[in-house]
Design a binder for this molecule. Structure first.
Ligand code: NAD
Length: 492
């Protein structure tokens, strides 16, 4: 049996813990891929200490040299793409096409970050005083904790680790318990790319144990977290007490607004893609369709027909459009929310339970599910489900659509379907999300474009793109006086 090991100070070490959990293929729970050992708090401290000890050497390595290692990692990732896509599909469940997409995004991000290593620039600033000037330097924090979820177990670690390293930080990386195999492979590729020992450390284990230990370790100066809002807000509070920097990307409840003048077929196809792609297990998944009454009946009948045609199955079957839910806990959670929708009086149009049929009995498969006549006060309209469940909320006009779309504690992404330019720009101005899409699904993003949310979804600097390095650097301001004389006049 494959036992996943920690990577600490350049060595692959099996945890001494006797607590283990199986890594299970969610499409076929009889397929046990390996065993994750839930590391101890002491091992987590060792990982942080290794990162701490490696920091001085790494920060003194020229940024373009650091970038070259990240560029080599990008090449290795490209060479390993087919293999890693298989690993990803087997342990997380998404289709091979979706895994390929995630890998492409990861390669693009690593390439982008490698390039940024030659642009780690500050600015020079004129002074009010003669023979004086000031300049700024971007400096790394020190040890950065990177804590990631299971739903994009390659892309999210890469879009955090690559900029952290380029900026000169060292890393303690704690991936989700459900996806250890991809995390191990990422670290193997970084090792092969030539990363010195201790610069990147992998610690496998439970969030409440090793995650908690890392978050509260005094040597950890910054924490980049992606996951649920409950866990993110908790670690934000803990880190605030000791002034550690925090970046959290958390839950979402992303709306599409469908207006009467839009290309309805495009709106339907895009909403289905956003709601059921990656089995709804995307932070950017479409979970609410806010539809103008006049087109609601047509929208509803066509999207139901689309959902009923979805081919459900194992991710490694080329025919499959929608894979399983990642694990038993999430599977039960999604089914629980479907029950809540029924109990709260929403009209179940299609789906509503476990998907059955040939080759589905041993996996965590859920039917694509659509509820109509959902009202904003219902729990399925407010709480993140993280599965293939779409709520349709009918509204009379644009103004009501905006009120309903913004009636959420979350604010990651959104989209609008209309061809009216005035309403498009009003939507862009009024929608309370960190990202928004015009006539395209709520999902998707590019390596060189900032990513992140507002309200209870996002805290701290945006990830990726021109803002990727903001979180991983501190600004130092340097004043230079070359008069050689004591300063005269006011000193502020
Ligand atoms: P989760 O919060 O359960 O776990 C995320 C990570 O945090 C895991 O590694 C976990 O072990 C760790 N963790 C949990 N408790 C911790 C604690 N007390 N201290 C330190 N670490 C702790 O989330 P999940 O179920 O793995 O992922 C799904 C969630 O992630 C969804 O809410 C989804 O919206 C969110 N997500 C958000 C984005 C985004 O960019 N906004 C992207 C992907 C996923």
């Amino acid at each position: 049996m494959n036992v996943y090991r920690n990577y600490i100070n350049g060595q692959w070490l099996e945890s001494a813990s006797d607590q283990t959990a199986p890594n299970i293929n969610p499409a076929n729970i009889k397929d046990i891929i390996g065993t994750i050992k839930l590391s101890t708090r002491e091992e987590a401290r060792t990982a942080v200490e290794a990162a701490y000890n490696a920091f001085k050497g790494w920060r003194n390595t020229p940024a373009p040299t650091r970038g070259r290692i990240v560029a080599r990692f990008a090449r290795l990732l490209e060479d390993d793409k087919a293999n890693l896509a298989q690993i990803l599909t087997r342990e997380e469940g998404k289709t091979l096409a979706e895994s390929g997409g995630e890998l492409s995004r990861s390669i693009n991000v690593a390439e982008f970050c490698a390039g940024e290593s030659r642009r780690l620039n500050g600015e020079t600033i004129q002074s009010e005083l003669p023979a004086n000037f000031a300049y700024t330097i971007k400096e790394p924090h020190g040890v950065v904790a990177i804590i990631t979820p299971w739903n994009f177990p390659v892309a999210i670690p890469v879009w955090k680790i690559a900029p952290a390293l380029v900026a000169g930080n060292t890393v303690a990386f704690k991936p989700a318990e459900a996806t250890p195999a991809t995390a191990v492979r990422i670290c193997e590729l970084f090792e092969e790319a030539g990363l010195p020992p201790g610069v990147l450390n992998l610690i496998l284990g439970a969030g409440a144990e090793v995650g908690d230990e890392i978050v509260n370790h005094p040597a950890v100066r910054a924490i980049s977290f992606t996951g649920s809002t409950a866990a993110g807000i908790k670690l934000y509070e803990q880190a605030a007490r000791r002034g550690a920097r925090v970046q959290c990307e958390m839950g979402g409840k992303n709306p599409v607004v469908v207006l009467e003048d839009c290309d309805l077929d495009l709106a339907i196809e895009s909403t289905a893609q956003g709601a059921f792609g990656s089995t709804g297990q995307r932070c950017t998944a479409t979970s609410r369709a806010v539809v103008i009454d006049k087109v609601a009946d047509e929208f509803v009948s066509k999207i139901v027909a689309r959902a009923q045609k979805m081919r459900i199955g194992a991710g490694d079957d080329a025919n499959t459009e929608m894979g399983p839910i990642v694990d038993e806990k999430q599977f039960k959670n999604v089914l629980k929310y479907i029950d809540i929708g029924r109990e709260d009086g929403a009209e179940l149009l299609t789906g509503g339970g476990r998907a059955t049929g040939e080759n589905l009995e041993d996996g965590y498969f859920v039917e694509p599910t659509i509820f109509d006549r959902v009202t904003p006060d219902m729990r399925i309209a407010q709480e993140e489900i993280f599965g293939p469940v779409l709520s349709i909320l009918r509204v009379k006009d644009f103004d009501e659509a905006m009120t309903v779309a913004n009636d959420s504690e979350y604010g990651l992404t959104s989209s609008i379907f209309t061809n009216d330019p005035n309403l498009i720009f009003r939507f862009v101005q009024e929608i309370e999300t960190g990202m928004t899409h015009i006539n395209s699904p709520t999902t998707g993003g590019e390596a060189h474009i900032p990513f992140g949310g507002v309200k209870m979804t996002g805290i701290g600097a945006r990830e990726q793109g021109s803002t990727a390095l903001d979180f991983y650097t501190e600004l130092k301001v340097v004043y230079v006086d070359y008069t050689g004389r004591k300063r005269e006049g006011n000193l502020y």
